[in-house]
Structure formats: structure tokens, C-alpha cells
Design a protein around this ligand. Structure first.
Ligand code: SAH
Ligand code: SF4
Ligand code: F3S
Length: 455
């Protein structure tokens, strides 16, 4: 088979990162190898995100740039995948006729085959989104080509940390969000498929797994995931996965407070290899705004969950997502968000200015907040969050933490705590990525810690 080179650029969330891996695996079956040089590649894939207008603009400008390259290299193929592809479909080809393939979020498994036919067919748009999940159906999740639990031999170079998708889509319809439209209806993968896949990964050297989905704590709600137990839920899955021999660390993302049960919170106490880290997006600190966002919880309920989480797991590090300037957000509403920062003191947060997205309900809401007001609110929020993150990080100084090594180099090493804090070491350490070391933290910055091996 003639060898061809693909280059893939991934935008957006971890779901997209995982999808890029899947496309890479599909392409491997068609004679493609991954290259690092976009200009020399036979195939360039943009795996796109449309969560905010800016993310989408980035894709369009990249495509404009690729047009110039393709003028000089007519044999280069260009593929647009991901959420912009799903949402815009044929409109991408209309604006950017040099694009060869637009491939939707549920069609990525076929990328290799579709590229074969695209030579004879001209530009193709394949964005079927199946929402008829009456019969539980999950697309084949590729992990290692041809691997089953018994035939795989350990390959340490495979990496020590992996994402495993446990569900796709979202049914929540938060009024600002495109995901239910770009990823389709929520459907959970079968427990046995997930567990088997993780066994394969762990046997091949993976030490840390992150379970992925837009709303992992509603796992199992929309279709039966375990034929022997129709009430099987996310807490059950965490327990089952955590017992896989050789799995050192387990994480998951993302959760919605409306589906956070006591049983799940208790997992942070009961499951020893579940990392004490929880990303729990709150979005806003005002009940009125939460209601109009269709989030289905109140700030009182959220803070109660936070308190319980601390009760079950005093060391837990909480992070969140926040949107400022949602339509109709008053100064008072925004003060609610600022107050929440003081009550919870999140270890970190991702904050965004509200962005109108096509097809969402909020895009039709009147009372849009001025851009300058949004910017000022965001700056104020981020400044205070930075101070709080530093305060939080300083709590680690003088403590001994278990750190999983990620990289060792001549000029220093890097690892991560269970709480998901990056720790830098000044020296080259005699450890491999995935090894756990005990480190004494001696310095805290805003975004990372510094440590020395504790011996
Ligand atoms: N499923 C996750 C969120 C996925 S999107 C959850 O429910 O928490 C990641 C983040 O992008 C969201 O948490 C939200 O804070 C932000 N976001 C989504 N739509 C947005 C929009 N229209 N404008 C600004 N931020 C948005
Ligand atoms: Fe979007 Fe809400 Fe679904 Fe998260 S839960 S993906 S914010 S609709
Ligand atoms: Fe973006 Fe789609 Fe993820 S919109 S955040 S890539 S699900």
C-alpha cells in the first residue's frame, strides 16, 4: 500500500481529542501515517469546535490559509471534521470549495473509506446524525487496531494516560449550547465494552484513565448499559472500572450538577484510585440566570453539593466553568457569580464571555449584554479567580504529594498530582512517564507547583 501522510489539528474539548485519535486509527488502516508538518501532508484534517463564535472563526481563517497552500499543491486533500462540520455541513463547501470532505461527529469512523471515494466524487459532505437510539447503539470505539484483551502485548510507548469515551451526545439543551445539535442525542456505551477497552489499555501500559462524556453522571439514563442490571449508573461504572488491576488513577469529565447524586459523591471517599479532583461547571451564580440557562439546579443546591464533596473528600480540588454576560445578566446577577467564587474558592475555573450560537434558544433572547460590559465582567472574574487559585495552591506548600511523572528532560521534569496540579522538578529524574513519586511541594505559582523528591 502506498504510504500517505496526514496532519490533524484538533480544536475544542477532550471529546474532539479522542475523536482525532479515532480518525488517526481509521486512517492507519488505509495506509496513512501521521505527520507533524502541515505543508508536506497529503491530507490535512481540521477537527473543529463550534462552542463559541471565536472557535468557529478560527476554523474559517485556517481554511482560508489552506486554500493558498492547496493552490500550490493541488493533490493535497482537506477534510473538516468535528462540531463545525456537523453544524455547517454543505455551507462549508459553498464558502470553501477547496475542501474535499466535510465529515460529521458520528461519521468519523468511516473517514478512511470516505477519502478513498472522494477522489472520484469531488467534494463530499457526510454529516448524518442518528438520533434514533431506541435500539442502544454506540459507534465502534477503536482503541488499538485489532486489539482484544488476550492478544495485546504490552507496549510501554503507547502512553501512560488515555481518554475513554463512555457516552456521546447530550440531552440537556442548556439554552446557550450547540452540543445537543452537533453531537446528537445522549447514548451510553455498554459497560462491558468500556471495561474491556480499559483492560486492553492498562495491559498495554496505560496507568491513568479519564472517562469522557458531555454529562458523564447521567451515564446509563437513556439506554440500558448492563443487561443484568437495568439501574446500572455512573457510580457503578466508576466502581467497576476502578477495580481493573493495574489502573493507578481514574478521573472523569464532565459532570452536570443536576445529575450529581450522593452515591456518586461518596465515590470520592470510597474509591481509592479515583483522583480527588472534580470539574463541576456551575455556569452562573444567580438562580434567575441558571433558570434561563435551563441548568435545573439552584445555587443553594450547588453549594450544598460542594459542602458534601468536602465532607466526603476533604482534599478534593474543585474546578468549574462560568459564562459571563448571558442575555439579561444584571450587575446583581454577576455579583452572585463573584460571591460564589468567595464561597467555594475553586482551585481553578474556565470562564467565557457568552457567545450567541446559531440554533440555540438563548440566541433569540433579547437583552443582550454589551460587549464592553462582558469584557469588564470577565476581567474582574478572572483576576479574582487567579488570586484564589494562588491561595489554593499555597495550601500545598510544605506538603507531601503523590505525583505521576509526565516528562523527564535534561533541564527538568514535570508531573501531576491527584488533584490535577502540575508539579515541576528542577532536575532530570530517573523515572518513566506514569511512575508515581512522593514529592515535597516547596513553591506555589498561580498555575503550577514546584516540588522535590521526598526520600
Ligand atoms: N457538557 C459540559 C460543557 C461543555 S462546553 C457541561 O455541561 O458542563 C464547555 C463550556 O463552554 C461550558 O461549560 C460553558 O461554560 C461554555 N459554553 C458553552 N456554550 C457557550 C456559549 N454559547 N457561550 C459561551 N460559553 C459557552
Ligand atoms: Fe451543553 Fe448543557 Fe449539554 Fe453541557 S450539559 S453539553 S452545556 S447542553
Ligand atoms: Fe466544541 Fe464540540 Fe467539544 S462544540 S467543546 S468540540 S463537543
Amino acid at each position: 500500500m502506498e504510504q500517505k501522510v496526514f496532519f490533524i489539528k484538533t480544536f475544542g474539548c477532550q471529546m474532539n481529542e479522542r475523536d482525532s485519535e479515532i480518525m488517526a486509527q481509521s486512517l492507519a488502516g488505509y495506509g496513512y501515517v501521521e505527520g507533524m508538518d502541515m505543508y508536506a501532508a497529503d491530507l490535512v484534517i481540521l477537527n473543529t469546535c463550534s462552542i463559541r463564535a471565536k472557535a468557529e472563526q478560527k476554523v474559517m481563517s485556517q481554511l482560508g490559509y489552506l486554500r493558498k497552500i492547496k493552490e500550490k499543491r493541488a493533490d493535497m486533500k482537506i477534510c473538516v471534521a468535528g462540531c463545525v462540520a456537523q453544524q455547517e455541513g454543505v455551507r462549508i463547501i459553498e464558502r470553501m470549495p477547496h475542501v474535499d470532505l466535510v465529515i460529521g461527529t458520528q461519521n468519523i469512523y468511516d473517514i478512511g473509506a470516505l477519502l478513498e471515494t472522494s477522489t472520484s466524487k469531488g467534494s463530499q459532505v457526510v454529516t448524518d446524525l442518528r438520533n434514533d437510539y431506541d435500539i442502544p447503539r454506540f459507534l465502534p470505539e477503536l482503541s488499538l487496531p485489532g486489539a482484544t484483551v488476550s492478544n495485546i502485548s504490552p507496549t510501554p510507548s503507547f502512553g501512560f494516560r488515555k481518554f475513554v469515551t463512555i457516552m456521546q451526545g447530550c440531552n440537556n439543551y442548556c439554552t446557550y449550547c450547540v452540543v445537543p445539535y452537533t453531537r446528537g442525542r445522549e447514548v451510553s456505551r455498554k459497560v462491558s465494552d468500556i471495561v474491556d477497552e480499559i483492560k486492553v489499555l492498562v495491559e498495554s501500559g496505560v496507568r491513568e484513565i479519564t472517562l469522557l462524556g458531555q454529562n458523564v453522571n447521567s451515564y446509563g439514563k437513556t439506554n440500558q448499559v448492563d443487561l443484568s442490571n437495568e439501574n446500572y449508573n455512573f457510580a457503578n461504572l466508576l466502581k467497576d472500572v476502578s477495580e481493573i488491576k493495574g489502573l493507578v488513577r481514574l478521573r472523569f469529565t464532565t459532570s452536570n450538577p443536576k445529575d450529581l447524586t450522593d452515591e456518586l459523591m461518596r465515590c470520592f471517599q470510597d474509591i481509592k484510585n479515583l483522583c480527588p479532583q472534580f470539574h463541576l461547571p456551575v455556569q452562573a451564580g444567580s438562580d434567575e440566570i441558571l433558570k434561563r440557562m435551563n441548568r435545573k439546579y439552584t445555587i443553594a443546591q450547588y453549594t450544598e453539593q460542594v459542602n458534601k464533596l468536602h465532607e466526603y473528600c476533604p482534599d478534593i480540588a474543585l474546578t468549574t466553568d462560568v459564562i459571563v454576560g448571558f442575555p439579561g445578566e444584571t450587575d446583581e446577577d454577576f455579583e452572585g457569580t463573584m460571591n460564589l467564587l468567595e464561597t467555594v474558592k475553586f482551585h481553578g475555573s474556565y470562564s467565557f464571555k457568552y457567545s450567541d450560537r446559531p440554533g440555540t434558544r438563548a440566541s433569540e433572547f433579547k437583552e443582550k449584554v454589551d460587549e464592553e460590559v462582558k469584557s469588564a465582567r470577565l476581567a474582574r472574574f478572572q483576576k479574582r479567580q487567579d488570586e484564589i487559585s494562588l491561595e489554593r495552591n499555597r495550601e500545598y506548600v510544605g506538603k507531601i504529594k503523590q505525583v505521576m511523572i509526565e516528562e523527564t528532560r535534561e533541564d527538568g521534569s514535570r508531573g501531576r498530582t491527584g488533584t490535577n496540579h502540575i508539579v515541576h522538578f528542577e532536575e532530570c529524574l530517573p523515572f518513566l512517564p506514569g511512575d508515581i513519586v512522593s514529592a515535597r511541594i516547596y513553591f506555589a505559582g498561580q498555575h503550577s507547583l514546584k516540588g522535590k523528591i521526598d526520600s
